[in-house]
Design a protein around this ligand. Structure first.
Ligand code: 5GP
Ligand code: ZN
Length: 119
């Protein structure tokens, strides 16, 4: 269900272009337009959920699959945690207090050599 005037619904549908790295019936992943780290990918459900504060228990399986997808993408991007100092950061900002700018649920996947500009 796409919401009018939602930027990420439009990215998910392809109406607004993005550099996608993954698409499936439930999720889309694409490069952040203003990367805060050498690797900065956003993972979104196609379902319009505005914030983490409005998820319900019915969303639990979807959110579980979203986190599993983040892990799979990190592996594909070559930043999975294996040993030593490898790995990545996963962030979900919620509401103004959490610094959320786009009100369609998304997980940030950040990785690469520091320093990072934000996040
Ligand atoms: P938030 O602050 O809501 O957690 O993160 C929103 C993210 O979306 C920001 O990192 C911002 O750079 C990114 N962003 C905003 N507009 C666009 C866009 O049109 N395309 C892409 N690919 N990323 C966007
Ligand atoms: Zn949306």
């Amino acid at each position: 269900m796409s919401h009018d005037n939602c930027l990420f619904c439009k990215i998910a549908s392809g109406e607004i272009p993005s550099k996608k790295i993954h698409e499936d019936p439930e999720f889309v992943a694409f490069h952040d337009i203003r990367p805060a780290a050498p690797i900065h990918v956003l993972v979104i459900p196609r379902k319009h959920i505005a914030t983490l504060s409005e998820v319900t228990p019915d969303d639990a399986p979807l959110l579980g699959r979203m986190v599993v997808l983040v892990s799979k993408l990190a592996e594909q991007l070559g930043v999975a945690y294996t040993d030593g100092d490898t790995g990545f950061r996963t962030v979900i900002n919620t509401g103004p207090g959490g610094g959320q700018e786009v009100y369609h649920l998304h997980a940030h996947l950040l990785a690469g050599p520091r320093p990072w500009s934000r996040m």
